[in-house]
Design a binder for this molecule. Structure first.
Ligand code: EPZ
Length: 425
């Protein structure tokens, strides 16, 4: 097993190039199944979730390989089944996009119930509601597999989501692209990676309008054509994580190759807390300050404050004198990181959907573990701010979503290394 070892106290200074969006890539890659041909996707992050998807695609006869750093070529011409039943499918949540993609390609799909980060139940009722509205039937069969079938293919429908769901919005879009007629998704999610997916599919011949608003219209087309190259948007959560790293270490970091508009809720919040934030065309510079003001955050669907930056923000709130609050509206059990922070001396109390952070914290390095992807990176941030040495285990969670974390952080002066259990780095 591997661990991260972080020696705290360094101010981080310099520039970090942000990689392509994980939550875009894990949607665009399955979407390629809809194309009876090949395509190239650039700016794909080299992270564990992408490698897991590559294994899944290989198992169903789809070719996928990195042709150069960050670029994958995918060829679905020889796809040979609508059944994705391997253990690897259960390894990651985003494997559920295979439902929409295989349904769109074959009119049927069989996959296991999806896995993913363990913070509360992660239902897919809205995904299934959308598929049923389009004429699909589903049955839970042995080994917790979902079997989706249609009589003669999917038909466009009007769907109103009961919950603003990124996954359901994406999955219904995937199924609707080649359905007969038009599908409308109301109360749709507006995340940048949904717009990214629509741009990718439209480049292949789809007819999707309205993404980025809460009403998306998908006019079914006969088929998607290959031979195109598409580049994913930058990862807003990776960028936000490093912006917060600048603030917690009182450093000066520029995140480059970003889309500042995607970072707005965090940029504003950092300014409110007393940080200096300078936006340029495709970069944002964050200068941390010793005096941090308390604040309150409520996580919301985009463009609200992203739930995936909630754990990271508690470390910055810990620098402020007084009480800060976070209300987590998206995931009911996203607070497992709090226990790990307490081991380092953090004063954080959680109650129902609320976290109360009583600062200023004086964090001391300790052995802690990653309980999910964003909880894991939060332990890295806490280690950077703490006195002494912090060792973090279960770092495979972190490897799911952060490309070259050690290279990027040491490049701006962090003292962090990856060791294997026998202590070698
Ligand atoms: C995506 O998860 C992201 N994952 C998550 O990021 C992110 O936290 C989440 O969106 C919210 O932005 C990927 O994109 C791979 P949802 P997803 O469907 O699609 C409820 C990370 O760290 N809901 O938008 O699974 C659900 O319980 C990960 O990168 C239903 O009730 O999230 C939640 O309360 C963690 N029924 C809310 O909606 C459904 O059918 C939002 O979930 C679906 C969702």
């Amino acid at each position: 097993m591997e661990k991260f070892v972080v020696k705290g106290g360094n101010k981080l200074n310099g520039t970090i190039d942000i990689s392509g969006s994980k939550n875009s890539a894990v949607a665009l890659i399955p979407a390629s199944i809809l194309i009876d041909g090949e395509c190239t996707i650039e700016n794909v992050p080299n992270i564990k979730d992408v490698v897991v998807l590559q294994n899944i695609l290989h198992q169903i006869g789809v070719e996928m390989e990195f042709t150069s750093p960050g670029a994958v070529r995918i060829d679905s011409r020889n796809i040979n089944t609508h059944i994705a039943d391997s253990e690897t499918v259960q390894e990651m949540r985003a494997s559920y996009y295979l439902m929409g993609a295989l349904l769109g390609r074959f009119g049927k799909a069989t996959i296991p119930f999806p896995g993913g980060c363990n913070f509360g139940s992660r239902p897919i009722d809205q995904h299934l509601k959308g598929f049923e509205a389009m004429g699909a039937k589903y049955e839970i069969i042995e080994d917790a597999m979902i079997e989706l079938t249609t009589d003669g293919g999917l038909v466009g429908a009007s769907i109103f989501l009961d919950v603003v769901s990124v996954g359901a919005t994406i999955n219904i879009m995937l199924a609707a692209v080649t359905a007969k007629g038009t599908t409308t998704i109301e109360n749709a999610a507006k995340e940048p990676h949904i717009v990214d997916l629509a741009n990718f599919l439209n480049a292949m011949g789809a007819n999707i309008t309205g993404t980025g608003t809460d009403v998306i219209k998908i006019k079914g087309v006969k088929k998607l054509t290959g031979g195109h190259t598409y580049s994913t948007i930058p990862d807003q959560i990776e960028a936000g994580t490093y912006m917060i790293a600048a603030a917690v270490t009182e450093g000066d970091i520029t995140v480059a190759k970003v889309i500042p508009k995607h970072m707005e809720s965090l940029s504003r919040k950092l300014m409110e807390m007393g940080m200096e934030v300078i936006e340029d065309e495709d970069s944002i510079r964050v200068i941390g300050k010793p005096l941090v003001k308390t604040t309150n955050i409520k996580t919301l669907p985009y463009p609200g404050f992203p739930t995936d930056l909630h754990p990271q923000m508690t470390v910055l709130m810990g620098k402020a004198k007084g009480t800060s609050r976070i209300r987590e509206e998206i995931w009911e059990e996203r607070f497992q990181y709090a226990d790990q922070l307490r081991k380092m001396g953090a004063n954080i109390m959680t109650e129902a959907k609320m976290a109360f952070i009583q600062g200023p914290w004086k964090l001391l390095g300790a052995p802690v573990k990653a309980t999910d992807l964003r909880a894991g990176i939060t332990m890295v941030l806490a280690g950077l701010m703490a006195g002494g040495t912090t060792t973090i285990s279960n770092i495979e969670y972190i490897d799911r979503g952060y490309e070259d974390l050690i290279g990027k952080l040491t490049g701006v002066g962090a003292n962090i290394k990856r060791i294997s259990t026998n202590g070698k780095s």
